[in-house]
Design a protein around this ligand. Structure first.
Ligand code: KG4
Ligand code: ZN
Length: 341
């Protein structure tokens, strides 16, 4: 199996990793969270500039940690869609330069396919077909992994992504950015049954979700509480919100897996770091005879190891990208074949 150097710069983490098939030799992530925190969210132009200043060092560290030189690398994998265009361009230009100068194949990777591969890195024996609940700051989908490279999105959010809902609700509660981890922490001490919240009814499809209703309900609830309470019951609010959201995601995921007769479910993306989601899904899976693969935290948030594992699978099938490969802010998982020659 070839040695892959992978690069990920689609949002606010500059990452590089060395991967052989489903085995990680090194994984370096330089997070920009502290730089964006004062702005309350990711500032695209700031993200691009920061990627430019650290990318070379991050790649050098990934090689050093794996005790390899660039000459031993046999393929360069890189996230080229979807994401922030300026941020993606930095990683793609770095990858193209390395591929051109050192005469290595270039393999463009869809960021969400990378997230799916965090499941295959967690359990190297896992084989399709299986289901993936993909929950991040930009996406909430149920993806049917029919075969490696063949994906069908069966359910999607009709409005906010679940990570976005966590971040917006955290802002209403003045918890700072990013909000997901703050709500997760607070919810541990709260009463999840104190406030009843809407589950978000959706008519578009059985596996679709909607989080704008619960977000608005939280806004109204917080406004009302501010009029009567000296201090907001932050822990109870966080616990009630988190319980409602994780119940919805768990129910939709199991329904979808059972309808399709799938026995393995991967949970992936930044929100899969959420402790209640991890335990609720694992428990419900056990009761239904479905194995839930929960990646370690280092593979849940953005990283390059997952990109390397996806690139390796493409290279294995002879799928290589042209050096004229571009970036795409949006691209569906169903059309990833357009990334290869
Ligand atoms: O996948 P990711 O690192 O970036 C992309 O959006 O691609 O996901 C980031 C999202 C943010 O919305 C963040 O608030 C959320 O993941 N998140 C969490 C937790 N850790 C990160 N949400 C809930 N609970 C957590 N523990
Ligand atoms: Zn991501």
């Amino acid at each position: 199996m070839p040695i892959i150097l992978a690069i990920e710069t689609s949002c606010d983490e500059t990452a590089a990793a060395i991967v052989i098939n489903r085995h990680v030799l090194s994984s370096i992530v330089a997070s920009q969270i502290e730089i964006h925190r004062p702005f309350g969210g990711v500032v695209p132009e700031v993200a691009s500039r920061q990627h430019v200043s650290v990318i070379q060092d991050v790649v050098a560290q990934a090689l050093a940690q794996a005790q390899l030189t660039i000459h031993q690398v046999e393929g360069i994998g890189v996230t080229c869609a979807p994401g922030l265009v300026g941020a993606l361009l930095v990683g793609l230009m770095a990858a193209k330069t390395l591929a051109l100068v050192h005469d290595k194949p270039l393999i463009g990777v869809h960021h969400l396919e990378g997230h799916l591969f965090s499941g295959f890195l967690t359990d190297p024996q896992l084989q399709p077909p299986c289901l993936c609940l993909l929950v991040s700051g930009g996406h909430t989908s149920l993806v049917h992994i029919k075969a490696l490279g063949a994906y069908e999105t069966l359910g999607q959010t009709q409005d906010d992504a679940v990570g976005e809902a966590f971040d917006k609700v955290a802002r209403l509660m003045d918890l700072g950015y990013p909000g997901g981890p703050a709500i997760d922490r607070l919810a541990q001490q709260g009463d999840p049954d104190r406030f009843a919240l809407p589950q978000g009814t959706v008519s578009s499809g059985p596996y679709d979700t909607s989080f704008s209703g619960i977000k608005t309900a939280m806004l109204r609830l917080i406004q009302k509480l501010r009029q009567t309470e000296v201090e907001l019951p932050l822990a109870d609010l966080a616990a009630s919100f988190q319980q409602t959201v994780t119940q919805v995601l768990t129910a939709k995921t199991l329904l979808c897996a059972q309808d399709l007769g799938l026995k393995s479910v991967i949970v992936a993306g930044g929100v899969s770091a959420n402790r209640e989601l991890r335990s609720r899904l694992t428990e419900a899976g056990q009761q239904a005879g479905i194995r839930v693969i929960v990646p370690p935290l280092s593979l849940c948030t953005d990283n390059a190891a997952m990109i390397g594992a996806a690139a390796s699978a493409h290279l294995d099938r002879g799928e290589i990208s042209s050096l004229s490969l571009g970036v795409h802010s949006r691209l569906s998982l169903e059309t990833i074949e357009t990334l290869y020659e």
